[in-house]
Design a protein around this ligand. Structure first.
Ligand SMILES: Nc1ncnc2c1ncn2[C@@H]1O[C@H](COP(=O)(O)OP(=O)(O)OP(=O)(O)O)[C@@H](O)[C@H]1O
Ligand SMILES: [Mg+2]
Length: 430
């Protein structure tokens, strides 16, 4: 799975219809409530009623309420106190309150505004005025709701983008760290190769010396011949292994501008797959008894890539498949290549334990592993160990050549990795 795309679009805010608005009418006089209810419902709004302050507080919390029309003079808790409490509670603070009052002198109006009311309507009630004020405040509320909706959406988008940024930066930092480590491996490896060559040369010199000493010439001294032949073979092997490691390191380093970059060259994907399968035959067949189903396209699949890197990607993915099938009865790997829409695809499926859905989008993160780091950590467990860098490096290598890796997996039914690489341009033979 690839890192998730940043959500590009903010969900639109739909403007409510009149019939979507709920208005709470608060008055201890039935007639006043009836009048307001009649005007508002005829205008298309939905209404609810409360006949005192306590009921109003409960109704505003328990029902959807977009606006409150409230009488001031009520027994027990008057309109001012009810309004103050409504504005104190974060759940009801944003509901506009319009006082419906005969007390329209300045002192009472100031008191009304000071407890948080948005407006007032004078008694006796006038049909047109009620409709106009209600409409104005509902429009205002809709505008406020729209702004806070977009704010919330924006905050979410920003949070997701930041997460993505942090993830990208973290991966870049790990990349640098790995390059540093890899860079430091080059020196010791050169020493190992150099020492192997020196050992072989010394052994040959010893043989010549023995020959020249002439006491028991070498062809007649099978013991010494056998021993030195064995030593030379072992030295050859370690030299081949360190050459291979150096090649891999050079190819990893190719991404660093400080080093001589190896350049992608024209290769046949099928040839790399075949040669890597040969190389891994010992592991797959003899060590793990894994069945192989191979289906490669009859014609070559030319790609522009660095051979050791593609080989390494293949190795890592097969290595993971072997680990995932560890201890299972039926162990099989299916490998196929296809050609589609200017891309070469390599698919590698296993019959392993699969990947838990929660882990699917983490497996390409550097250092993400479900395997113990060292067997020393869990000496009781004998099984695969991991650093969690394999797939991270695979994705890096494939992205460098504009390809991609996707994974499909179900716990218990195996895993398929699909590697997509652009086909190389045809060679111009004109
Ligand atoms: N074929 C697979 N089946 C099941 N799980 C897999 C498979 N391939 C990868 N995984 C999961 O992805 C994790 C990360 O894989 P990755 O190759 O990056 O690291 P690793 O194999 O744990 O360690 P290493 O760095 O040694 O390769 C693995 O630990 C494993 O949980
Ligand atoms: Mg691995």
């Amino acid at each position: 799975m690839q890192p998730k795309d940043i959500k590009p679009i903010i969900k639109p805010f739909s403007i409510p219809e009149k019939s979507d608005f709920d208005i709470l009418i608060v008055d201890d006089e039935f007639v006043n409530r009836f009048l307001l209810k009649d005007i508002l419902e005829q205008d298309g709004y939905r209404t609810h009623e409360a006949n005192n302050g306590t009921e109003a507080l409960a109704a505003a919390i328990n029902n959807k309420t977009d606006l409150i029309l409230m009488d001031i003079m009520m027994p027990d808790m008057d309109g001012y106190e009810t309004c103050r409490r409504l504005k104190e509670d974060p759940c009801t603070a944003n509901i506009p309150v319009i006082f419906v009052t005969a007390l329209t002198d300045t002192e009472n109006l100031v008191k009304g505004f000071s407890v948080g009311a948005e407006d007032y309507l004078g008694k006796p009630i006038k049909d047109g005025e009620v409709k106009a004020r209600v409409q104005t405040h509902l429009k205002l509320k809709a505008a406020m709701d729209k702004i806070s909706h977009y704010n919330e959406e924006l905050e979410q988008v920003v949070a997701e983008s930041s997460k993505e940024l942090i993830r990208t930066e973290r991966q870049a930092a790990f990349g640098q760290l790995i390059q540093g480590i890899v860079h430091n491996l080059k020196g010791p490896l050169t020493t190992i190769r150099g020492s192997a060559q020196a050992c072989r040369a010394t052994l040959r010199m010893i043989r010549t010396e023995i020959d020249e000493a002439g006491e028991t010439p070498l062809p007649d001294n099978p013991k010494i011949t056998k021993l030195t032949d064995g030593a030379i073979k072992a030295i050859d092997l370690s030299e081949t292994a360190s050459t291979r490691l150096t090649e891999m390191i050079n190819s990893l380093m190719s991404k660093s501008s400080a080093d001589q970059a190896s350049k992608p060259e024209r290769l046949d994907l099928n040839t790399i797959v075949r040669s890597e399968l040969n190389f891994m035959e010992g592991d797959l067949h003899f060590k793990h008894h894994i069945k192989k189903n191979i289906e490669l396209t009859p014609s070559p699949l030319p790609i522009m890539a660095i051979a050791p890197e593609i080989a390494q990607v293949f190795n890592n993915i097969i290595g993971n498949a072997i680990d995932a099938m560890h201890g299972n009865v039926d162990q099989a790997i299916s490998i196929s290549t296809t050609k589609k829409n200017r891309y070469a695809s390599l698919s590698i499926s296993d019959t392993g334990n699969g990947i838990a859905p929660d882990n699917l989008n983490r497996i390409f993160d550097p250092f993400f592993t479900t395997k113990p780091k060292h067997n020393n950590d869990t000496p009781q467990k004998k099984g695969p160990i991991g650093t969690g860098l394999g797939l991270y490096m695979c994705m890096r290598s494939i992205k460098t050549i504009n390809g991609d890796i996707v994974v499909e997996s179900k716990p218990g039914s195996g895993t398929t990795f699909k590697i997509k690489i652009p086909l190389a341009e045809p060679i111009d033979i004109s």
